[in-house]
Design a protein around this ligand. Sequence first.
Ligand code: MN
Length: 711
Amino acid sequence: MLRQYELVDLVKSYDPDADEDALNRAYVFAMKKHGAQLRASGDPYYSHPVEVAGILTKFKLDSSSVIAGLLHDTVEDTDTSVEEIRGLFGEQVAQLVDGLTKLAMIEQKSVNNKQAENFRKLLLAMSEDVRVLLIKLADRLHNMRTLHFLKPEKRSRIAKETLDIYAPLAERIGMQEVKSELEEIAFREIHKEAYESIRARLNFLREQGSNIVPKIIEQLKKDMADNDIAAEITGREKTPYSIWRKMQQKNASFEQLSDIMAFRICVDDIAACYQALGIVHSKYHMVPRRFKDYISTPKPNGYKSIHTGIIGPENTRIEIQIRTHEMHEVAEKGIAAHWAYKQGQKAVGTNFRWIRELLEILEQAQNPEEFLENTKLEMYNDQVFCFTPKGDLIGLPINSTPVDFAYAVHSGVGDTCVGAKINGEIRPLRTVLQNGDQVEILTSKAQHPSTEWERFVVTGKAKAAIRRYVREHKRDQFITLGQQILERIFKGESLEFSEKGLVNVLPNFEAEGVDDIYAKVGEGLVTGWDVLKAVYPGYKQSKLGKVVKSLKVPGFRKEKKKNTPLKIKGLIPGMAVHFAGCCHPLPGDRIVGIVTTGKGVAVHTIDCKLLEKYADEPERWLDISWGEDAEAELHVGRLKVMLNNEPGALAELSNLIARSNGNIANLNITNRTVSYFELIVDVEVKDLKHLTDIIAALKASKMISYVSRSS
Ligand code: MN
């Protein structure tokens, strides 16, 4: 274990301005806080954070990161609070430790394999400061190095998690060395036999070849020198894990793999790369299909190099990579090296500022795509990741709500969701979800998707499902309503109503079936009279019908009025009488008669606006009143209704009216918005009180936001 002064010396070796005092205090703080806690190895627990801090000095991180490394488990595992750390070590260190503690909490939620990719994204998204991630990786690296002290079940779980989540993460942020080490340890744990056999095989080849790698290097050096190319040549055996991966990918046996040994030729510039390639290919046999030019076509993550396979010196199949020195630095050290080159720095990584600069690059979308491709944290700023109660991870666009979450789980869950528990607390369905939220959806079979939801959901899946539901169910309502309206109109005119008759006129309404006609009538796109006239082209409407039609009030029931005299007192005998279409007087209303030219007496309510027209002609006014039994016949009252635009609303309206013994004579949609319908509803009622009762019943409904009598 690193001693206190050794750690401080390490930091000061690359950062002379490091806060020596804070480092010393953090070392002692971690030691005291973890106290007598022990690691599985039997070491005192605090040896772990000290080693993690040591790894961070290898990354040449700033002292805040190293201090946070020392303190990274104190909040989670001891009685320390973030506040305490903030007080003692400042805001930066407190934020780093807080981030690490949050990651550790999320990590504890069980995450299955398929979710590994999402989980990686979550970790990236959660680590607002890339240093949090680097400390996390150092933490994992030390835990892997001491893995063998743990019990076997725990070992393989951690190893698997490392392969699935942490090694790819390390690769993403350009830490090739960390990635390789994590992979090798995990591989040895999970596939012990494969690991042992590959290693044995490598040992055997090494003995057989008796130092073949140096011999090949010597030969290649000579080849380059003979052609005046300045080159640096290295050679190595591949690691057991990378060999195993190749064997898997290519479904090849160990013997079939050509590149157990790989050699690298680094030269000064791109022209020299192709010269070197020419020399290699002209001197040695090339292995078909092993040639790849990533200089002219770099890999998506910016990797540049020429790869070729040859039967090389010593008659051995080898892989050769040819690249410039700069390409090499970038390939090995990732984005940090790229940045260092851009700055014209010679020694890569000697300056921890690259971390801050890395962050800057990551925050700017316009920076060189190729290097950001696999590394930018920003990538997931447009997503949130939440957990189901079982620990499955659900990735959603930012601003998603529990309804989006429910639909992402299953459309059946979405359709029936009534509420949500977020992190154990009941929250509104419109709540915006945050990274790491655990979401439990409460469902009820009685629930249906609501158009209200459409205003706050963000996922296409949720939107589509809600629209589909509303569309289908609204149509059902329109069909029922349209059929009722048509039946009433036909009956009112004493005409036979049959579906057969409608089938004949389908083309008139661009309808494919009778239901289409019903739906159009129900929705108010076509009037009932249009349909009647199409079915009975020669039909001559009654006089009253025409009046009604001109007022756009199809379905006005009138045969009674034709046949029975109106129960109104004060009329001049023999004079025709009709109700004015403007105010719909009902028994109970105070009424007045206006003698019109040619049409007899028109009955208005006393407060009808049209009466102003006759103010100067008192001779036309007739003082009339309702007869005793006026309510014995039905009258039409007109209502203005604002109905919420949601499934079931139209059905609710017609049910409520029917239950109050009213009949819908006609219904017109006058305005339609996302959230409500405006309707004019003509209802057959006995008298004013009847209509008032219906209004009260409608007002009580949650689906109806406004009702009033209309003229
Ligand atoms: Mn730890």
